[in-house]
Design a protein around this ligand. Structure first.
Ligand code: FE2
Length: 377
């Protein structure tokens, strides 16, 4: 048995939320081959095997593999036959995020509050149990085919969820220092950003902490707009992007075309030592976006003194930005699926609470170079 993920310190600050959310419980991806996906995230991202369900646990319609690192739990699920909802999701979107599960104090109350405030129900509160206790969960719909599941695990001591068994393969690559989900970003259609901002505000009681318009985020060719919604304790942050008019096709439009609708664009995962984490990821085969060398020539003029060795950052392609509370280091992977849809951000915060606005231009130009290579700009 593993200790529960500790989402529960600092509950006093939860007062602004409609219902308390302790943290991201898990993120579930629907993928063509759960085994190979889990292997990739273990090998390259350093996740550890945790739990599984499938034929061996009496589940005849799907297989799920669960991996964990720090407080980050990923679930990879594939169907075992044709014509399933999971299969249709994969056919339409390619591999992608289906579920963003949130740990709540009371999944029945969360459902009642959310639906009462206008959320579209996905499934009513239900309980599952095994020898380790009881879990209550409920679900609501989000943009596109993406959903939130509320998980109440206060009375559960098991590894993951009832129905799963421990997964303990011999192969366990070392962790690389990933700690928690910092933010998870949605791409929605032109004109829909404010609808989803209103959803998080009115249904979930989140507040808008930042907004970027096309003047902040534009290059010669493309632009996007973004608003960041946060829950009361600041542990859950959902930036929501929509495309803005540019001379050529924006990266958001490219996503919406290939994902065939709105969905999760990137997941930012936090580390306390980005140089170590990114060095390991590169060694293990991760591919990152690269900015031109000139970025580093102006770096200390722009962000002032930093603890890290600029030469090391330059070698790895790590970006730096500063706000009035400190600075942050970040780097973005190339898209991880055949379709140019989802990617990851590795972020280390040293006081800064923002999202790297100062890097947007250099970054988007790097994305456009990738789009150009794909012929989709
Ligand atoms: Fe981000």
């Amino acid at each position: 048995m593993q200790p529960l993920v500790d989402h529960r310190q600092d509950e006093s600050s939860l007062s602004e939320d409609v219902f308390p959310i302790f943290g991201t419980d898990y993120i579930e991806f629907y993928v063509g081959n759960a085994r190979q996906a889990a292997h990739y995230y273990m090998s390259v991202y350093g996740f550890q095997p945790l739990a599984h369900r499938g034929l061996q646990t009496g589940n005849t319609d799907l297989e799920s593999l669960v991996v964990r690192q720090g407080k980050i739990t990923f679930v990879f699920t594939s169907p075992l036959g044709s014509g399933t909802e999971i299969g249709k999701h994969i056919d339409r979107h390619g591999d992608g995020v289906k579920v963003c599960a949130l740990t709540v104090a009371d999944a029945r109350q969360a459902f009642e509050d959310a639906v009462g405030r206008g959320a579209v129900p996905l499934f009513e509160p239900e309980s599952t149990s095994d020898d380790d206790g009881v879990v209550w969960s409920s679900g609501i719909k989000l943009y596109g085919d993406t959903v939130h599941v509320f998980v109440e695990r206060g009375a559960y001591r098991g590894l993951f969820l009832p129905g799963f068994e421990a997964w303990n393969p011999v192969y366990k690559p070392e962790a690389i220092g990933l700690k928690y989900v910092d933010h998870m970003v949605a791409n929605v259609a032109l004109g829909d950003m404010d609808k989803w901002v209103a959803f998080y505000r009115d249904v979930m009681g989140f507040s808008q902490i930042i907004s970027f318009d096309d003047k902040d985020i534009s290059t010669r060719y493309t632009a996007l707009m973004s608003k960041v919604m946060s829950n009361g304790n600041g542990r859950i942050k959902f930036p929501i992007n929509e495309p803005a008019k540019g001379l050529k096709k924006s990266q958001i439009e490219e996503y919406l075309d290939f994902y065939e609708g709105p969905g999760v664009q990137h997941i930012a995962v936090a580390t306390d030592d980005i140089v170590h984490t990114v060095t390991e990821m590169q060694k293990r085969g991760a591919e990152f976006l690269h900015v031109p060398d000139t970025y580093y020539e102006e770096l200390t003029t722009r962000v002032g003194n930093i603890d890290e060795d600029v030469a090391a950052l330059r070698k790895l392609g790590i970006l730096v930005d500063r706000d009035d509370q400190g600075y942050l280091l970040q780097i973005f992977t190339k898209t991880v699926n055949p379709r140019p849809t989802m990617f990851f951000e590795i972020i280390q915060r040293k006081g800064a609470t923002s999202f790297g606005k100062g890097n947007f231009k250099a970054l988007f130009e790097a994305i456009e170079r990738e789009q150009e290579l794909r012929g989709t700009l």
